[in-house]
Design a protein around this ligand. Structure first.
Ligand SMILES: [Ca+2]
Ligand SMILES: [Ca+2]
Length: 331
């Protein structure tokens, strides 16, 4: 041991759980002032160290959870007519939102043009009842709503990341970089994440090798060794949606520590005043993020999703926090 370097780093005494990576805590500049309004303003935030899953939760991992618990996802349960007064009975069926683009789209504002609430679509049938996940063990699980993701996390002895934890991990140790791997979207012409090439939503060129989801380690990891933080599937976080970030602290003493996002009551969709379904923050963008439509393949990007919504491009990964991250000698 005497001839080896000894480094003192903040790391808990326990060894890393399987397929998780330790993210040393720190202070970083969260958000961006250069893109969409909901990412602004840039503000400093401190997070404690934590473990995070190396990849999004896969179909194989979710299958283990369902086998052990009998969990039924929200998308597999027909809605209770009592919860939807006035709805026609034949319209109340179990299903989930599947990306089904029309041949032509007149305007990019109306997302219902390419999202189809498909009967029988669920995590085992990602593109409808006639599809399956037989050869997709290593693809991220999709068609999970917020409570499904949280149920998995609790079963695994974990939790869902806060937005700040997720963004800090996604940045991979880089300061203020646009992407999880630096400032160049395609360094040396290499695709670093599963996004969309071509004109969204009708022209999916698949130049990165994938028109839909991809195996969770198909693209290079970021500086922390994490795969797919950007692209492939959006990922649920524990935080309630807020239309903008809080401002930067005036003094370094007052930088928020382990912030927990906005208030539930402020997370509703203002364009749907009669529907009071709270929304959570999604992070990382998906295989549907395209230059002409949704440039959200960046750590600072964020998107609101109603807690009871599941789709073919949203999944999640988990974290595990330590009550007291101890400083230990690492050889
Ligand atoms: Ca792609
Ligand atoms: Ca992702």
């Amino acid at each position: 041991m005497s001839d080896r370097d000894v480094t003192l780093i903040e790391r808990p005494a326990q060894t890393a759980p399987a397929n998780m990576i330790w993210i040393p805590g720190g202070t970083f500049r969260m958000g961006s002032d250069k893109h969409y309004p909901e990412e602004a303003p840039v503000h400093r935030v401190t997070v404690d160290g934590f473990f995070i899953d190396r990849t999004p939760v896969t179909n194989r991992q979710f299958k283990e959870f369902v086998r052990a618990t009998g969990h039924k996802t929200f998308a597999e349960i027909p809605p209770d007519p009592k919860d939807y007064p006035g709805a026609l009975p034949h319209m109340l069926y179990a299903g989930s939102l599947v990306f089904s683009p029309p041949p032509r789209v007149t305007n990019l504002r109306d997302r219902s043009q390419w999202w189809d609430f498909m009967k029988g679509a669920d995590w085992r049938h990602p593109y409808g009842p006639n599809s399956n996940i037989n050869v997709h063990d290593h693809h991220p699980v999709v068609h999970v709503c917020f409570s499904d993701a949280l149920a998995y996390a609790k079963w695994a002895g974990k939790d869902l990341p806060t937005e700040a934890e997720w963004e800090f991990a996604a940045r991979g140790g880089l300061k203020d970089a646009e992407f999880a791997w630096g400032n160049d979207f395609m360094p040396d012409g290499v695709h670093m994440a599963n996004t969309w090439q071509g004109e969204f939503p009708h022209q999916n060129l698949g130049e990165d090798g994938y028109e839909r989801t991809s195996p969770v380690t198909a693209f290079p990891p970021n500086g922390y060794g994490l795969h797919d933080m950007i692209g492939n599937v959006w990922e649920w976080t524990a935080d309630w949606w807020s239309a903008r970030h809080a401002g930067d602290a005036n003094k370094s003493c007052c930088i928020p520590q382990n912030p927990r996002g906005g208030l539930e009551a402020a997370s509703y969709d203002p364009s749907l005043p009669d529907i009071l379904i709270p929304r959570k923050v999604l992070k990382g963008g998906s295989h549907l993020c395209a230059p002409n439509y949704c440039r959200r393949y960046r750590p600072a990007a964020r998107h609101a999703e109603a807690v009871d919504t599941s789709t073919s491009h949203v999944g999640f990964r988990c974290v595990r926090r330590t009550p007291a991250a101890e400083s230990v000698l690492v050889y």
